[in-house]
Design a protein around this ligand. Structure first.
Ligand code: MN
Length: 227
């Protein structure tokens, strides 16, 4: 095929073992841990999950130094477990949902909280608060064929060695399978999709020079520095 301009590169995330995972879309779940829902001023009593997106090329590999983004003075961390899909489909039943999963990784849903807050107040889209350049750091993916399906275990984030966020994957309001089932009612999921599954309590601002370390039990840690 003759393209009018050079075709954009495919964004990839390394897979433990040496291959690379090509990224199709990035979906994110809002308020999926009760304590975080409360810290953001909401009642966590299982309101249905809701979703937003980031562009695929917002992915940043572990070990990167990323610039403090423009247009914010409240740039915040959200540590999350990322689910990578090997298969797609729509209207997937909960019992079949985990069959779609390729593997799991540690990710950060970096957020311009002030921009997001203004959008919420004005009933505007969240995109510029959530879906900006380099807003989706992601550590290498561990295949489920090697580590199994991650349904429990500690998730935490340290900033400059100090604990900031702490939770357990078992505290997800909507499990990975339920999230996939719900999401597939809205969109046709595809191989290469990533789902950021939500963040536990303790979100907060970062500043230039901060070193972020993210962890989920059983997965490879994520390390990011803010320039
Ligand atoms: Mn998030």
């Amino acid at each position: 095929m003759a393209y009018a301009i050079a075709a954009p590169a495919i964004t990839t995330v390394p897979v433990i073992g040496g291959e690379n995972f090509p990224v199709h879309r990035i979906y994110c779940v809002g308020r999926n841990y009760a304590e975080h829902a409360r810290e953001m001023g909401h009642d966590p009593n299982r309101e249905p999950p809701f979703f937003f997106m980031k562009p695929a090329d917002a992915i940043v590999p572990t070990g990167s130094t990323i610039p403090y983004p423009p247009k914010t003075s409240d740039y915040q961390h959200e540590i999350e477990m990322v689910v990578a899909l090997a298969k797609g489909g729509r209207d997937i039943p909960v019992e079949k949902a985990l069959d779609l999963v390729f593997g799991y990784a540690v990710g950060l849903d970096m957020t311009r909280r002030d921009v997001q807050g203004e959008a919420k107040k004005l009933g505007r889209p969240w995109d510029m608060g959530k879906g900006f350049d380099q807003s989706a750091p992601c550590a290498p993916i561990s295949p489920a064929s090697k580590v199994g399906h991650i349904a429990k275990g500690a998730i935490w984030l340290k900033v400059n060695g100090e604990a900031r966020q702490k939770g357990d994957i078992s505290q997800l309001i909507w499990s990975v399978a339920e999230t996939i089932a719900y999401l597939s009612g809205y969109v046709t999921l595809a191989p290469g999709d990533l789902i950021y599954s939500g963040t536990p309590a303790g979100v907060g601002a970062v500043k230039r020079g901060d070193k972020l370390e993210g962890h989920v039990d059983g997965l490879t840690d994520l390390a990011i520095t803010i320039a």
